[in-house]
Design a protein around this ligand. Structure first.
Ligand code: SF4
Length: 346
């Protein structure tokens, strides 16, 4: 029986370090709490989904506040509580700015959170893999103002979003884009391009205000007001979109890479890539790895062992299009409603 899912996250883990992939997907050991960047990205994603799903901005923001209403276990100092409040404020302010920035973009939402679970096909023979299926979740399928269908992906990043920056150049060869493009087509959407929608995490932080004895740190709300002003002054710095085209030659190359990566992972190699231990960020498994801890029967402190699914990021999709083209909602099936004053196809 086929149970192995090849997702973008799994492939990225393997390419970063096969030993890391072993910890994450073979031993199924994961960090107990998400780091702030992941957490903030997820919270923003959830807010964007709420907006695309038809909630008003107020409702979407209320949802964010609700998600941040319960303090996590680590927020046990005044500083940590404040950090939590600031993070919530950043999410709300960016969400609000996103709605304002793109209100006139005339993009119709065709489907959101489109999960896929499809055969992995050998590009040389056309035969389906007996080991892997490819899976993932596309943020949205949209119809652009000129009528073309597109895959829409949201990303939060700290990188420079200037139009000529390397951030966009790298996307020309990004495998996730090809992955989702092919999946969208397999699900029955005749997508022509990818609309990459980015929100930049703010570089500014709460600062000290006032003078002398009145000197104090900005509250989360005061910081949020300053952030909103900054976004209004330089919206392109915080919110940017670009179309990322995909040529047939790009897709062919990706099909081969997909097959090769699946084959490499199936061989079960778990060698270490020590170039990835501390850069671009500290590997979550560095302490385990450097102490030679055997995780076969032990779950180190601060980690949990996944028991139900190796792919929690796939949970919560509104459509489980788990296999067949014929069950996918196609653009022709769609009906039009209005959300936040915009035409939205649902
Ligand atoms: S600490 Fe280094 S070698 Fe170990 S899993 Fe992480 S990246 Fe790989």
């Amino acid at each position: 029986m086929i149970t192995n899912l090849l997702t973008h996250s799994r492939m990225a883990s393997y390419k970063t370090c096969p030993r890391k992939h072993h910890f994450e997907y073979v031993a199924a050991i994961r960090r107990d709490i998400d780091g702030a960047p992941l957490r903030m990205g997820s919270a923003l994603h959830e807010g964007l989904d709420a907006l695309k799903g038809g909630l008003s901005l107020d409702e979407a923001c209320q949802q964010v506040y609700l998600n941040y209403a319960t303090l996590p276990a680590w927020a046990n100092t005044d500083e940590a509580v404040e950090e939590w409040a600031v993070e919530c404020e950043i999410v709300v302010r960016l969400l609000t700015a996103w709605q304002w920035r793109w209100a006139d973009s005339r993009i119709q939402i065709v489907a959101t959170e489109q999960a896929f679970d499809l055969p992995l096909v050998n590009p040389a023979t056309g035969a389906a893999s007996r080991t892997w299926r490819i899976a993932g979740k596309i943020d949205a399928i949209v119809r652009l103002a000129d009528g073309r269908l597109a895959v829409m992906e949201h990303k939060t990043t700290s990188d420079d979003l200037a139009p000529d920056s390397d951030y966009w150049r790298r996307l020309r060869v990004d495998q996730q884009i090809s992955h989702y493009f092919l999946a969208a087509r397999a699900l029955g959407y005749d997508v022509q391009t990818v609309l990459y929608d980015c929100l930049k995490k703010p570089g500014i932080r709460p600062k000290l205000i006032g003078k002398g004895e009145d000197k104090r740190r900005e509250t989360a709300r005061e910081y949020g007001d300053r952030l909103t002003l900054d976004i209004a002054e330089r919206p392109d710095h915080y919110l940017a979109r670009q179309e990322i085209p995909r040529l047939e030659s790009d897709l062919d190359e990706f099909r081969s890479e997909l097959w090769d990566i699946g084959k490499a992972i199936a061989e079960g190699r778990a060698y270490r890539n020590t170039n990835a231990c501390v850069s671009p960020y500290r590997c979550a498994y560095l302490d385990i790895c450097s102490s030679n801890i055997d995780v076969t029967n032990t779950v180190p402190s601060g980690f949990v062992r996944l028991t139900s699914s190796l792919h929690p990021e796939l949970a919560g999709a509104t459509h489980d299009s788990s296999t067949h083209n014929s069950t996918a909602q196609t653009p022709a099936d769609a009906t039009v409603t209005s959300v936040n004053g915009q035409a939205v196809v649902v």
